[in-house]
Design a protein around this ligand. Sequence first.
Ligand code: ZN
Length: 81
Amino acid sequence: MLDIYFWSWLIALFVGGMIGSEKNRLLESLVICFFLSWIGVIIVALMRSHKVCPYCKRSIDKEATVCPYCQSKLDGKEEKS
Ligand SMILES: [Zn+2]
């Protein structure tokens, strides 16, 4: 029976990683799913998407119009990665 729990956990980690990478938050998604399994997947699904600031290359909220780190104005057309 332990096998089913293990595979379920592994799939949760995988699904969480997929959603996380879509939101540009792969690493923290994997950590959350590693500890919380499917609960982590739900948390990751509810997390806000991130994008990378084209000026300072930091990960910021996808909806941000001004970078909180370098104060650059963003027009919302930045690449996700
Ligand atoms: Zn910036």
